[in-house]
Design a binder for this molecule. Sequence first.
Ligand code: FAD
Length: 381
Amino acid sequence: MRNFDTLVVGGGLVGSAIAYGIARRGGSVALIDEGDVAVRASRGNFALVWVQGKGDGMPRYGAWTRRSADLWPDFAGALMDRTGIDVLYERPGGIWLCFDEDEMAERQGLMARLKAKAEPSGYDYEMLDQGAMSRMLPGLGPDLPGGSYCPHDGHCGSLHLFRALHAALLGLGGRYLPDRRVTDIRARADSFTVITSRGEIQGGRLVLAAGHANAWLAPKIGLRAPVKPERGQVLVTERFEPLIPLPTSHVRQSHEGTIMIGDSHEDVEFDDRSTVQAMAHMADRARRIFPFLARARIVRAWGCLRIMPPDGFAIYDRSPDHPNAYTVSCHSGVTLAAVHAEKLAGWICDGALPDEIACFSAKRFAPAEAARQRRTDAHVL
Ligand SMILES: Cc1cc2nc3c(=O)[nH]c(=O)nc-3n(C[C@H](O)[C@H](O)[C@H](O)COP(=O)(O)OP(=O)(O)OC[C@H]3O[C@@H](n4cnc5c(N)ncnc54)[C@H](O)[C@@H]3O)c2cc1C
């Protein structure tokens, strides 16, 4: 049986960021992953590092997101220094697009509410009318009434981020153990044995970051992670010269030149297929946003399942029964990668989650609340 100081279960963006952060503090770390057959959110996202619109109903989540966005430049730089991999992070600000006057009014209300309740880190934004938005987004269609601009927003290459996190972990002496589905956990006072499809692995500390699998793994260490799938479909065009200078809520241009068109929000349980209906809707909307996209060729499309806590905010817990065991479940694993690696991993190493993130415990979900309708797309980018 192999033995490590820390076992992180789940090698998606969340587990990889935490494993990297823990490995930097020293000690042996194993990142255990089910492999390519698993349901994975990390390989199908929109790659936004996005602050605006988040935290309605939990201002601390807005501040947490902002903190991550502020850590991103150094986080990306450190990954570059360690691995030579550019994660293509840029922070030109981002625009949330509104499609009619009702949406515009709703957005204005949301942004004002978030600013009023923001923690001292603040919440900068500007509502844009059609003219102002067109100046920032050349080629914008004429019939969008406006949107909101936030300077804290940015985007990255999320597959590059994935590769950099794994390379950094390996460079620090960590182990990546793929093709090992964890089927059970035996928890003792000072150690954990993780039973996988390819044998048992032992560790002194355990972090569950297995995306959807946290829902059934967490109870094995006395915790809850009531996450649900929410399908998001994305379209990708052929490459273009730089046309879209900053990311928007529905369309962004990647560093490579492809234009990503997103993304649906569908409650279809664990069905991650693409559908013509959703693709047609997104393509129509994209044409309205940027009429030049009418002639763009779509080269790829996918469906992928978001990992959604009932209220859309993150879940971080330390087990009351097994103090060296933790769960981490969230949507927005790209945005939060920096704060996961730079802050959360350190707190896990120190053996305590501070009061400032106590609000993220799954204790906030009364059983009835866990079944509540998930929030609208304003909170879930
Ligand atoms: C369409 C879409 C758009 C998105 N856009 C954005 C965005 O713009 N910005 C943003 O910040 N976030 C975005 N996200 C969310 C982001 O992709 C996720 O938050 C993030 O990838 C979650 O990572 P994760 O590591 O928790 O989960 P996953 O990527 O699902 O990783 C979980 C890992 O656990 C492993 N695993 C599962 N079960 C087991 C088991 N039993 N044993 C061992 N290993 C196991 C799997 O192999 C997998 O690798 C988007 C998501 C979607 C679907």
